[in-house]
Design a binder for this molecule. Sequence first.
Ligand SMILES: [Fe+2]
Length: 397
Amino acid sequence: MNGFTYHNPVKVVFGNGTFAQAGEEAAKLGKRAFVVSYGDGSVAGTLARLAELLDAAGVASEQFLEVVPNPPIEMVARGVERAKAFGADFVIGIGGGSAMDAAKAVAAGVLYTHGDLWNMVYASHSNVTAQPPESALPLLLIPTLPATGSEMNMCSVVSSTTRGKKSYIWADCLFAKTAILDPELTYTLPPFQTACGSVDAISHVLEIYINGQDKSDLLHEWQLGLMRTIVENLPVVLKNPTDPDARAELMWCATCGLNGWASPGDAWTPMHQVGHVLTSRHGINHGSSLAIVMPAWMDYHKALKPARYAAFARKVMGICGDGKTDAQLADEGIAAFRAFIKECGVPTTLSEKGVTEADIPGIVEGVKSVSFNADGVLSSNPPVTAEALAEILKKAL
Ligand SMILES: [Fe+2]
């Protein structure tokens, strides 16, 4: 079992109906809230209610509704200027991961003193020149899509349209002061977004489970339990979108999947590095990019860790292990996982998204330029070479 240092200061207010406490919690953080969210109408009702709650609590607010998926740093820069002009003393991010991540970047950007906001970003793993932010305005985060876990971690994923890159800011100051997790806010999520969010949440745990340390019993059981809970509850929600218990399970799983509890002592996210390039080069949404990479990645590596893949088959996918070898179970588990994702309406192959074998060298180069380390490999357990990555992508065609 690897050693680790764990720190997570986020106050979590969880449960159906807790959104009603947004004004009260906001008033503890400041008097002038800069609200970061979407302008496409998808959370319009929630934003209107938030404005009422803030008003009733005596908190002045201004809405910045320019967030789009894979939030561009150029949009963040506009938000920073608006927040400064408003005199914001704290920031509220409300929406999915992109809204919360944009809110984090804005909160840090307001106080950033190292020039171009892109300097905050770890844009290359082999040549780290990032100057992460040291401080940020207080943050209140309110997820409306369970997926990224951003509400309880210190990461903000952003992109740059001019640079064609997607990477992350990682800094202590990006922890929210408070996160309000109200599953009722997710009742109206469309099935595809719900499924993609769950696939993303599974991937945050699966990355660590299959690429991380070999011996850590409690960690592995926690990871398996998290993934199993999502696999059991996602179909329930797709059938009945207002099931309060299943929605609550998905929301808490997403938070716990990336708040550090599922990864103490490990930090492997190689599949996400590949997924980010599929998003930036081919416009594949985050959840779908991972749905495509995960089964192929597992298929490529299964022979190295048969017992771990067998446990995944039995404890996550519910496959009976009687009379089967670990290798057989590994194959059945991966096949069942791919079928599960497909049944939930998320693509599992590159070809479904119009990506061909001819595109693979470009994808590999994209991953190399951002995520390969100084040794020329993608950090993982085991590390992955450019040749191996090309083979994995072929399995994903
Ligand atoms: Fe993710």
